[in-house]
Design a protein around this ligand. Sequence first.
Ligand SMILES: Nc1ncnc2c1ncn2[C@@H]1O[C@H](COP(=O)(O)OP(=O)(O)OP(=O)(O)O)[C@@H](O)[C@H]1O
Length: 584
Amino acid sequence: MSTAETQTPAPAWRLLLGYVRPHRWALLAGAVLSLVTGATGLLLPLVARELIDDLAHDRAVTGALAAMSGLVIANAAMGALGAYVLQRTAESVVLGARRALSSYLLRLRVRAVDRSEPGDLMARITSDTTLLREVTTDSLVGLGTGGLTLVATVVMMGLVDPVLLGVTLAVILAAGTVLGLIVPRINRASRRAQDAVGVMGAALERTLGALRTVKASGAEHREERALHEAAEESWRQSVRAAKWSAAAGNTAGLAMQIAFITVLAVGGARVATGAVDVGTLVAFLLYVFYLMAPIQQVVGAITQYQTGSAALARIQEALRLPAEPPARPAPLPPAGAEPASVAFRDVRFRYADDLPYVHHGVTFTVPARGMTAFVGPSGAGKTTVFSLIERFYDPESGEITLDGRGLGDWELSRLRAAIGYVEQDAPVLSGSLRDNLLLGNPGADDAALAHVLKTTRLDGLVARLPQGLDTLVGHRGTKLSGGERQRVAIARALLRRPRLLLLDEATSQLDAVNEAALRDTVADVARTTTVLVVAHRLSTVTMADRIVVMDAGRVRAVGTHRELVAADPLYAELAATQFLAAAD
Ligand SMILES: Nc1ncnc2c1ncn2[C@@H]1O[C@H](COP(=O)(O)OP(=O)(O)OP(=O)(O)O)[C@@H](O)[C@H]1O
């Protein structure tokens, strides 16, 4: 994924506003509460002036004291409520972003996932979205309330003494210039820190995804180094961002102290000349003191936004990856639905513009019903045929039809609802055996489940397991054997009552009994469904109704086993040397 140095802040803002819009009223309520809290605070200096005045003129101070106490209590109560409402809203913004992003990532085109690191995409959902919390409260609200309080305080200061206000503003302006130099550095460092978190996610995913291989290869130290390097890079960049944020915060703090001292000096002189009285100077100094909070808030908002916009840019990058259109899940075919026919016409395809063609004009026709085996040397493009039928990818030219209709004319979810797909490595997801079987058809009834378990010979396994179908299979089904995983994957596909079954046969051997059973099952299914098999076993090809021989991205022959052994030298060689024949 490209780095986002090219991102401009404006669209990041727009994205943030999109997430914030549904919560605008809550956010406004929180902001108003914060503002009122600030406003009650602003009244305090005036009451203080009254108090000093009352004391100076020997008047009773109970009224002023009561007013002060009331203001302080109201201030604290509203402050707490405002903080709660804002935090809650910020969490809702994070929730909205996580929902939107996770829905989007599930719709990503396979092509986009091929080019991304899943661990990095995960970091965008988990880590980057978290940063939106601070952006919402500290940046959006901070800028709004801090800015308004700042303006209100400045107005009050102007009313109290315009000359001292001029002095204060000059100091603030100088500090603002310095801040302008610091802020972009925070953004750059934050972006790199978040990227490093993404790199770490990717490295973790890679290592944990193949932990057995890593251990068996004695590669723990090398993997550890990669993880540590990513963690350290994130640390380095976060520390750099922290350094610049601290510098920004301290610049603002320093400016306020300079303003305080300058106002004290100029104000003292003005008191000495009689231009203002002591009460006015005290009130003004209190306002300078009060100015500190909104200024810190505004500076905090700006620096925080730098981190947030780096995260937003990363979220935005993920949202720009090509995705499939949103679609409602389509109903599965009814029981007894007609099997589907499939045809490829002169299909040319490559996985990316900079990669060689995998299909150089593939043409074949598969009628409805029956079993068609695809055979050919490794890398011939057999599995790619299945990926194209599932529309994981679209061909560059040529046409693929299902039931005579171009795949592009099918609603994607309807197309996939018609197909059962068993991948070669038969993925099993963590969860229970039942979850795995029902993944493609959660509504399947117990009778259908029992039937499929029997035909895939999983019933014996289920009976042996202490918790039966509710046994947890472990991450990626590690608690199952390779053969069991294959049978689970086939059972899962069959439960969908597919009109077209795509079976990418595993290259590993099943034991003879299970292989014979599966062969019978597939033969049985092929009587009512169209079955396409990427075949690696002699037993599969000999029972196929037709065999499509592929070589280097082209179909070189079509026929039955008997015909092809006689007519096609490549097939004859494959049959003699490559097919797994032990169980035949
Ligand atoms: N996602 C992908 N991105 C880029 N190239 C790919 C991708 N998947 C497959 N390829 C390439 O496409 C070519 C055909 O792959 P395919 O999986 O269709 O072959 P196959 O005939 O099924 O091989 P095998 O019998 O070994 O499974 C291979 O050269 C492979 O490297």
